[in-house]
Design a protein around this ligand. Sequence first.
Ligand code: PLP
Length: 428
Amino acid sequence: MIYQRSSALFAEAEKVIPGGVNSPVRAFKGVGGTPIFVKEAKGAYLYDEDGNRLIDYINSWGPMILGHAFEPVVKAVVEKAKKGTSFGMPTEIETKIAELAVSMVPNIDKIRFVNSGTEACMSAVRLARGFTGRDKIIKFAGCYHGHSDSFLIQAGSGASTFGTPNSPGVTQGTAKDTLLANYNDIENVKALIASNPNEIACIIIEPVAGNMGCIPPKEGFLEALRQLCDTNRILLVFDEVMTGFRLAKGGAQQLFNINADIVCFGKVIGGGLPVGAFAARNEIMNHLAPLGPVYQAGTLSGNPLAMAAGLAMLTALNNDSEIFNRLAEKTEYLHKGMAKVLNDNKITHTINRVGSMISVHFSEGEVTDFNSSAKGNNATFKAFFHGMLKEGVYIAPSAFETWFITDALTYEDLDFTIKAVDKVAQTL
Ligand code: PLP
């Protein structure tokens, strides 16, 4: 593969954009090498500025669940754009997508749209604090809820990749209100609650963690959290920015049959445009301005282009009764194929998978939390990443990220990928 033009474009970008990118993980710092500049994408494939074609397993970090440039989304956006791109006034399409989302997701009455997953989680926590009158929150090490100050305490994703899970610029005052627990460790959560009686507003969690690789909740863990929250009048916030409209129509709440008190969305809900949302029952949502005192706002929130893209995406998912089974089957096929060739080549690894989220850790034993995820062999991961890239397969440029399977991937693409894993494994 040649990356001449990508290299030149990156050099230009570095002069005017910090690190040449608008989101750190794109800089490939975790794996080294030159970031790839994308020219266009269609279905399962990315086409870069040098004319290389890559099978895409990241899909804009999740949103493109039905493949790139999905026709109904493109059409909806183009048609909307001709009628004006933003009004800062109510539009009918906001209600339409809200109605559809509320009909698809269990246990929510109302939903508020924002512009990113970060905003959704930040607003959800403010709402939880306003509703309960308490200040502290519990988050889990290695979970990522966006780059709002309260969450940059042992954060996963890019924050882990760059070794800044606790970012400078987050004040001690903010940090003291974020209590940290180990994922899948209910005793740890119990101890935190016991030592902070009547002070915890909410527990925020990725119901399937996706920002330290893919880490499923252990059997009974989410149920135990639900029970602890009920007993202690703490709100349970599911950050479904990754899992929402991906693991099932109703997300992780539906998949695990557990009701959260507040649910956060992003990624798929915007069909590839900048959208986030948070939702809850009336009892909680009615505390939000202008009905209640908890303030939250946005110039571009509910933007017509974003709503058109999201509505087209959710409609397609809602109308396809087999989509989530199909995605899970493709992911299982990839899992089994990769496991076989990695085993054949005697590469120590652990693959985690839930629905259409999957990740490969180059470590022995179960990967169940941030510590076990961080034990992965980073040198092997880097070699694996670059080997796959050479074969024309784009996986996440960091060991702390999940791969997202899209419906546009064919079984031929999956076989091609498994063969590539076999080839690369022989070089590791
Ligand atoms: N929550 C989770 C679980 C995420 O994975 C992310 C982003 O990857 C976010 C929140 C933040 O979303 P955004 O990047 O849209 O601000």
